[in-house]
Design a protein around this ligand. Structure first.
Ligand code: FAD
Length: 455
């Protein structure tokens, strides 16, 4: 331990090496429940690529595991410390190095907060679409580590589609450049993509070249009330099948609506079974909303209310962004599933979750990036009650089993981490796991990077 700290100090400023156990303990875990977290030996907060290389060289020399961290808003335990590890927090590498309107790219360090980047590029008439609801806290490095999604992904896609190139410090301290900053490029294997969603197991992202888009017009939102989630899901399928391109298509059930009202007095309708929010950022959003409103009515909507203006639209979006935080207040603990299914299976998925809630006598709130088929069933329970906690864990697992049986995936955007390890193996199958382990071995033969995560 003493040798580790001394060696780290050789290449890092004193203030970048934290060893006080009370302080290091506060870096032990992300925001997932039911994921074990160990006690880090030390937390380091480098500001430069060279400092990150020094940390990795030291870790390799002394065979100490390293857990990379962004803002620790992750929901799968992927950023949780292991006993005796070095926590490598990238939050101080937070500079936007370049915004280039000609090539429509931004070059950033990993600790840049998502919303900070979004606002900076907006000032130049540009747009960085991936927008997790945690965007005011989460970092670009963490977004790359998890392959984050968000509300506008139904139209613009997820993080993977915006990462053009990376600079990565490998486990042994070597620096790897992947990808490009050009509009096109197909030289060699796509290692850039491999790092997206790798959960810090293949290397430390120290710089990213991100694609930007021209800023779209401001979006207008419509809220449609449905007497059942099945009717709302039918509307979603109809909207997508008819070729509409909403910039957002989100669903909240009654439990979620009530929780949001309780938290923020939003005045959302509490008698409805499902609220569907649709948005368009097209040149004539009112016309698109009118067409989608008709489809909602045909699918059984009892009320279709287009927002009057941008301010009202923003209020509805804020209601959706608060869903997770609001449901966290329903019990003393929550487990958040992230199952993504083909859109046609959305209704059976949501109805199946309701049946699981009844079976285990639990409250499970449902909010969903419905346009993507990405559901977030949120199991709310009393964490101090052992029996209820055990039922929560069982229901969480049963929801993933249901998702796989419907042709879906166990995680649309939150990642595997510790929480879904067993389920990743089920989804990939033995051949998939063997090859993925082989890839990991190539990048990290000593198994020092985020050991125990994924598989
Ligand atoms: C209220 C709330 C709402 C959320 N909404 C969404 C949502 O809409 N969509 C969504 O996708 N997620 C959402 N999340 C989950 C979370 O915000 C995302 O997973 C986010 O991408 C994590 O970023 P972070 O900076 O907190 O990373 P962390 O949680 O610190 O780390 C995440 C993973 O990335 C790795 N990592 C971090 N930095 C690096 C690096 N520089 N190099 C290599 N690996 C690295 C870590 O080891 C870990 O495996 C939400 C979370 C909360 C709390």
């Amino acid at each position: 331990m003493r040798e580790l700290i001394e060696r780290l100090h050789e290449g890092l400023p004193t203030a970048a090496v934290l060893t006080d156990p009370d302080v290091t303990a506060s870096y032990a875990h992300d925001m997932a429940s039911f994921s074990e977290a160990g006690a880090p030996a030390v937390v380091v907060l480098p500001r430069t690529v060279e400092q990150v290389q020094h940390v990795m060289r030291t870790a390799t020399a002394l065979r100490v595991p390293v857990v990379p961290q962004g803002a620790r808003t992750g929901l799968s335990g992927a950023a949780n410390a292991s006993d005796g590890c070095i926590v490598l927090s990238l939050v101080r590498m937070d500079r936007i190095l370049e915004i280039d309107p000609v090539d429509r790219i931004a070059v950033v360090e990993p600790g840049v907060v998502n919303a900070v980047l979004s606002r900076a590029v907006a000032e130049q008439g540009l747009y960085y679409p991936p927008d997790p609801s945690s965007w005011e806290q989460c970092t670009i490095g963490g977004n790359i580590g998890t392959g984050a999604g968000g509300l506008c992904c139904v139209k613009y896609g997820v993080t993977a589609e915006y990462v053009l190139g990376l600079e990565v410090v490998l486990a042994d301290g070597r620096l790897l450049n992947t990808g490009r900053r050009t509009a096109k490029g197909v030289a060699g294997y796509d290692l850039t993509r491999l790092f997206v969603g790798a959960e810090g197991t293949l290397g430390i992202v120290v710089k990213a070249v991100l694609a930007l888009r021209p800023a779209p017009p401001r979006q207008l939102v419509l809220a449609a009330e449905f007497p059942s989630t099945a009717a709302a899901c039918a509307a979603v399928c109809e909207i997508m099948a008819r070729g509409h391109a909403p910039s957002l298509l989100e669903l909240m059930d009654t439990t979620t609506i009530r929780a949001v009202n309780d938290l923020a007095q939003m005045g959302l309708p509490e008698t409805t079974e499902a609220l569907l929010l649709a948005a368009f950022d097209t040149p004539d959003p009112a016309a698109d909303l009118a067409a989608v409103g008709e489809l909602c009515t045909a699918a059984g909507a009892t009320q279709v209310v287009p927002a009057d203006d941008a301010a009202e639209s923003e209020m509805l979006l804020q209601a959706r962004r608060l869903a997770l935080v609001a449901l966290e207040r329903v019990g003393t603990a929550t487990m958040i599933d992230d199952v993504c299914v083909p859109r046609a299976q959305l209704a059976p998925m949501i109805e199946g979750v309701a049946a699981i809630a009844r079976k285990y006598e639990l409250t499970i709130g449902m909010c969903a990036h419905a346009g993507d088929g990405n559901t977030h069933p949120i199991v709310c329970f009393d964490g101090a009650d052992a029996d209820e906690s055990a039922r929560a864990r069982e229901s969480f697992d049963e929801i993933m089993a249901l998702g796989l049986s419907l042709g879906g995936t166990i995680t649309g955007e939150h990642g595997v981490g510790l929480l879904k390890k067993e389920w990743l193996a089920r989804e990939l199958g033995p051949v998939g796991v063997e090859l993925q382990r082989g890839v990991r071995q190539v990048f990290d033969p000593l198994n020092l990077l985020n050991p125990g995560k994924l598989f």
